[in-house]
Design a protein around this ligand. Structure first.
Ligand SMILES: C[S@@+](CC[C@H](N)C(=O)[O-])C[C@H]1O[C@@H](n2cnc3c(N)ncnc32)[C@H](O)[C@@H]1O
Length: 148
């Protein structure tokens, strides 16, 4: 049986592969990163295109149920996104918090965090921040979030 550490390493490895492959490969391959296998990475894909703040560069086809639709985010809120990937939900959340709010994405996969930071830089956002860390030991101080 695998330990929790081994399972997390395996998860990081898989998401690194997804983060490091180009968007075209990800979109065109039924099998995601690393050529065809029995694993399919599009099973949780959602339709983000019409959402305000949507950034195609951050959408790796990994969305899980459009969480911002239910999060009741208000202008000025501080939002934390757990498992932020390339920033897909963070940029949609940022459209809801506006310039006066703040969005913090947390992800333990280094390649995802790098991709997300790169996306935020390209968009010129200074109130969307990505931190590398495990969501079971969040790299955030207490009582900062209005919405998680
Ligand atoms: C299904 S993807 C979702 C990405 C993003 N929300 C989107 O819509 O594109 C899940 C992300 O969670 C991260 N993740 C999984 N377990 C984690 C953990 N324990 N701590 C931090 N990040 C984790 C993975 O690295 C991956 O980037």
């Amino acid at each position: 049986m695998q330990t929790e550490k081994e399972i997390k390493e395996m998860v990081k490895q898989k998401y690194s592969e997804i983060a490091l492959q180009d968007k075209e490969t990800n979109a065109s391959s039924c099998c995601g990163a690393g050529s065809c296998s029995t694993e399919v990475y599009h099973i949780m894909s959602e339709e983000y295109n019409d959402l305000e703040g949507y950034n195609p560069d951050a959408d790796l086809g990994l969305g899980c149920g459009l969480p911002t639709q239910f999060a009741k985010i208000k202008k000025g809120d501080t939002v934390i996104d757990l498992g932020s990937g390339a920033g897909n939900d963070c940029f949609v959340a940022r459209a809801e918090t506006g310039e006066t709010g703040k969005v913090i994405g947390i992800d333990f996969t280094e390649a995802m965090v790098n991709k997300a930071r790169n996306n935020a830089e390209k968009l010129g956002f200074n109130n969307v921040e990505f931190r590398q860390g495990d969501i079971e030991m969040m790299p955030v101080s207490e009582n900062v979030a209005d919405v998680i």
